[in-house]
Design a protein. Structure first.
Length: 218
């Protein structure tokens, strides 16, 4: 049996001028986790936040922080983000600094040794097979269903078979991020995903509670 369904609103789409209020509001609306996107302007063409902001989110939150590092060299930032409050810390298999299998395995082990859960992410065009050497070293797999870097993109249906294939081989948290709404979220759940990341769909909705509830509907 897969783990329970979890909804993780992506704070990338929130009003950063009211960050603590947004954190509180989305938790009260039923969020299981808070998804935090960290981008360096190199691995993806966008810049977002660092450990200091993650620490501020942690102080305002009462649910786990799911921190997604879209960085060329995430291995250099593991401890700062764990210290800041990441419960799940996810790195990319395609990251420049992790293209050596031994370095990637060491990075995942370091995340766990510091007390966080280790996650590994893949871009839409990266195959499920790229994760094979690491399945026993991770607690979470994050499948991107858009090209990472910006919110509000359209869901890429070609990732559905990848999610299905990974669920057949991986019993941990299987997360999807990108273009998730009630319809695409249902398709992802049917393929085996149990963690739905939704940014624009939640934070641009009139009711955060209704948006989150719709991601759980059968």
């Amino acid at each position: 049996m897969p783990p329970p369904l979890r909804v993780a609103p992506s704070l990338l789409a929130c009003d950063f001028g009211r960050l603590a209020e947004e954190v509180q509001a989305v938790q009260e609306a039923g969020a299981d986790w808070l998804h935090v996107d960290v981008m360096d302007g190199h691995f993806v063409p966008n810049l977002t936040i660092g450990p200091a902001v993650v620490e501020a989110i942690r102080k305002a939150s009462r649910v786990p922080l799911d921190v997604h590092l879209m960085l060329d060299h995430p291995e250099q930032y593991v401890k700062p983000f764990v210290d800041a409050g990441a419960y799940y810390l996810t790195v990319h298999v395609e990251a420049q600094g992790l293209r050596n299998e031994a370095v990637l395995l060491k990075t995942l082990a370091t995340i766990r040794s510091l007390g966080a859960k280790a996650g590994l992410s893949v871009r839409p065009r990266t195959t499920a097979e790229a994760l094979t050497p690491y399945l026993g070293a991770v607690d979470l797999i994050l499948v991107m269903s858009v090209e990472p870097g910006f919110g509000g993109q359209a869901f890429m249906p070609e990732v559905v078979p990848k999610v299905r294939a990974l669920r057949q081989r991986f019993a941990g948290e299987l997360e999807v991020d990108g273009g998730i709404n009630a319809l695409t979220g249902r398709a992802m759940r049917e393929a085996g995903a149990n963690v739905l990341v939704a940014g624009t769909y939640v934070f641009h909705a009139e009711s955060y509670r209704q948006a989150i509830a719709s991601l759980r509907e059968e």
